[in-house]
Design a protein. Structure first.
Length: 451
């Protein structure tokens, strides 16, 4: 890569990129304002807006989206008659979870063992920096040959749909010939990968009530219906004996015909403990990319410390259901709610509330933009051919953009390879991945403009 002027420029800019990523990671931009100050997210948005202005972007704006968060927009004009490319990333992050589990402070970018650690380093503040690096490299080597729109979302992790609704209301704003979503990742470090499918998702909050109030477990236990026990029964009904997801009426037999994922590699990537088996049936790729998957995200019940001998009158849970392409997320939500109601025991009162939803996505990998990216990846990753993979996660905006701009080509790349541990403690980014993907994106823009 060193003989390529674009690659040389990116390499020279990497120390600056690290310093900027450290500034961006320092913002506690979790878009859950019951947990984190809204001012932290607003400060991160302002940082990105200033960075875009410094690169010559015009029409830079902080967009107030319907969910109460801000997305950052900017436009960089290219040559007369040039194609338009939209570059996407998001600056909001997941909560740090158990800060005691982090080896270094979650909101302080820390270099360790050849990686940069910090919440959002890979998902997806690193994506913001990747876009900036690619554009700077082009500007230093003949200029940016396309019109560029940048959109940095402020609530992707929350699934509250603010940017999707804003885009629906302003359909001209994000219109482009090609869209590069910088929120996916390589199959492994050093293997260039584009993501061609995303699972959709729904979030459902469940409440179960059985009594007017908690009761003494010695005086009433054995006859009084325990709401927490009822909730446990309901949650258990969502899995078969082998751990496969079982929602009544929801197909769970899909298969994946692309890049395979060995069980041995998955165990390593997921850090499965020795002796613990994987759940589900079919290949790992089937389970991750072609079938639904339910996860219990949280349960409201008394903690062990301080628990009293009580029969519980009420219990709550938050459930995530991921659904593969071909399954309508709204229909899956209805099936999940019906399943919960049907499997609630003892006549307990049950409520379900959908609090987030996103449709699955499938890209057209035969489009010219994919060839332009393959050629760029071949330069950025010498000796490695670009691979096609699925992604078990969801980016609801993809379907919104595909619906608004049916002729636009959509590519998904990014920094979230398995070692990045996104959404977990000790999230990190490999600086070589940031470097190579920035080169790839810059060369893609050049290839695409010439195509």
């Amino acid at each position: 890569m060193s003989s390529n002027p674009v690659a040389e420029t990116v390499a020279s800019l990497l120390p600056r990129a690290k310093a900027e990523l450290a500034e961006l990671v320092a913002f506690k931009s979790v878009a859950d304002f019951a947990q984190f100050p809204k001012s932290e997210s607003e400060a991160a948005a302002s940082w990105i807006a200033d960075a875009l202005r410094a690169e010559g972007f015009v029409d830079v704006a902080l967009l107030d989206t319907p969910d109460g968060t801000q997305s950052v927009y900017g436009y960089l004009p290219g040559p007369e008659g040039a194609k338009t490319v939209l570059l996407y990333a998001h600056y909001d992050v997941q909560p740090p979870l158990d800060e005691a589990g982090w080896t270094s402070p979650p909101f302080e970018l820390t270099e360790r063992d050849g990686r940069w650690y910090g919440r959002g380093a890979a998902d997806c503040k690193g994506g913001v920096i990747m876009h900036l690096l690619a554009l700077r490299a082009l500007k230093a080597n003949g200029g940016v040959p396309v019109n560029v729109k940048v959109i940095a979302e402020g609530s992707e992790e929350q699934g509250t749909g603010g940017l999707e609704r804003y885009a629906d209301e302003h359909p001209e704003l994000l219109e482009a010939d090609t869209i590069v979503i910088g929120d996916a990742g390589n199959f492994r470090v050093g293997l260039p990968t584009v993501t061609t499918t995303l699972r959709g998702m729904t979030l459902v909050r469940v409440g179960i009530d059985t009594l007017a109030g908690n009761l003494h477990s010695g005086q009433f236990g054995g006859a009084a219906p325990d709401a927490l026990a009822a909730l446990i029964r309901v949650l258990d009904s969502l899995r078969a004996e082998d751990g496969s997801t079982t929602v009544d009426g929801l197909d769970a037999t899909g298969t994946w015909d692309g890049l395979e994922y060995t069980e041995e590699q998955f165990r390593t990537d997921a850090k499965v403990l020795d002796g613990v088996g994987l759940i589900g049936d079919g290949s790992v790729a089937d389970r991750l990319w072609a079938r639904p998957a339910v996860t219990v995200l949280g349960i409201d019940c008394p903690p062990v410390v301080g628990a009293t001998p009580s029969v519980h009158s009420g219990a709550r849970a938050l459930i995530s259901l991921r659904v593969p392409p071909g399954v309508d997320a709204a229909e899956a939500t209805k099936l999940l709610q019906a399943h919960i109601e049907a499997h609630t025991p003892w006549g307990a009162r049950v409520t379900t509330e959908q609090i987030g939803q996103g449709q699955a996505f499938r890209a057209d990998a035969t489009s010219p933009a994919y060839q332009a990216m393959a050629d760029a990846m071949a330069v950025a990753y010498p000796g490695e051919a670009m691979q096609y993979a699925g992604e078990g996660g969801s980016i609801p905006l993809c379907n919104t953009l595909a619906g608004l701009y049916p002729r636009a080509e959509i590519l998904l790349i990014g920094l979230s390879e398995p070692e990045a541990q996104i959404h977990a403690v000790n999230e990190s980014v490999h600086p070589q991945e940031l470097e190579r993907l920035s080169v790839a994106e810059a060369l893609f823009l050049r290839n695409y403009a010439a195509g």
